[in-house]
Design a binder for this molecule. Sequence first.
Ligand code: HEM
Length: 426
Amino acid sequence: MAERGISRRSFAKAAVAIGGASALVACLDRGESDPIPSGPADLSTLPSRQHAWNESLPTDEHGNVRTPYHHLLLYYDYDDGETTAGATTPTNGERETVEDALRSLERAYEHSSDGLLFTVGYSRRYFDRYDDSLPESVDLPRPEALAPFEDPERDEADAVVHLASDRPAVLLEAEEALRGNRETVNNREMRAVLDDVLTFRERRTGFNGDGLPAERDDVEGVPEDAVPEDAPLYMGFTSGFRGNQATEDRVTIQTGPFEGGTTQHVSKIRLHLEQWYEQDSRSQRVSKMFCPAHAEEDRVEGAGHNLGAASGANACPAHVKDARESGVVGHAQKNATAREKGAPIMLRRDFDSTDDDRAGLHFLALQREIGDFVKTREAMNGTDAAEASSAVGTRHNNGILQYMTVLRRGNYLLPPREKRALPRPS
Ligand code: HEM
């Protein structure tokens, strides 16, 4: 079978990116037919926080949580996309349909990376159709540019569903069922269809896992044989160490009607890997990703799995000092300055992508307030480092800014599970 001119093997590898029923068949043909564990009969045993995934994910020998290998983002609007305050608001019957569809997935698949993990989030524009406003305990601004040198488009779909699993077939099957293209999921009845209430707009896909980017180096913008075999991400380094991630508690909203929820930022980023791999030496890449001291002391072996449970970025010299003395500042080094009382404030669950047949990354992060994301992104801009040294520019020698372009940004509220179906603002 050839699909869009590619071999059967490549088709199975790219199945999540391609999507649809024939991609699902290709996955199953490839041997992905081991039984998939099903979910609990009693759904009240599931966590009330939609973002409580860590307990259900595997950890490595250092206690680092491993994010699922495959990811899917489904964007939906409640109506025709023309909503303003006072426009149509969801009915209780529609809430029930959404909840039934989500519960069907929970019954069908174990809450794990071998089964399925998912969240549903809502944008500011979704809530603006109501007369009431969101409570003060929720910080959910419309998305905007966060650096003087970027001009992203705003993602303002009403809702986004983030699905994640180690099994491509699970994502494809769940998507087909939500869209009404199949009646069962993991041999269980799909009791409702999301697309009966919501208008599907767009899908985005990706992956994060050792070896997956190297296997997917046949898209535009990836130099041949450049991506290391042991790297979970295209830029060649591992990310998401236990010591450098916020806890789920830290990102949880503590008060008000959305107590137990969180906020999600999702940006679509294009990566410039030709520059990254062909213009810089490995030592420069380590300086720019971590900090110059990591490069000088040869602290990072391969993709950096040897670092253990923390990147060590908070122990790097002050970034402004490095800007003056080394003429380079590191990405992790700058971002660590946004911590609060020494502890990270953002929980990153980002993943690489071949969407648009280009190397990219969907930067998905959870934080109690979108303001925590904005503050971290300001730290990443490294304006103070650029002002302190002529060698550091707005993007040049300034972490990884030169190697990425933010194309789109979106902000969402992930309500607690009980309020996840078309929530009211209060
Ligand atoms: C474009 C692709 C990106 C790649 C490949 C990447 C990679 C990395 C790596 C390798 C680390 C060090 C290891 C770790 O701490 O997990 C790190 C740290 C970090 N990155 Fe990124 N990153 C990217 C974009 C971003 C963006 C857009 C943000 C948003 C502001 C961000 C926020 C952070 C934070 C908060 C840390 C941890 C800082 C701390 O230790 O407190 N990263 N990143």
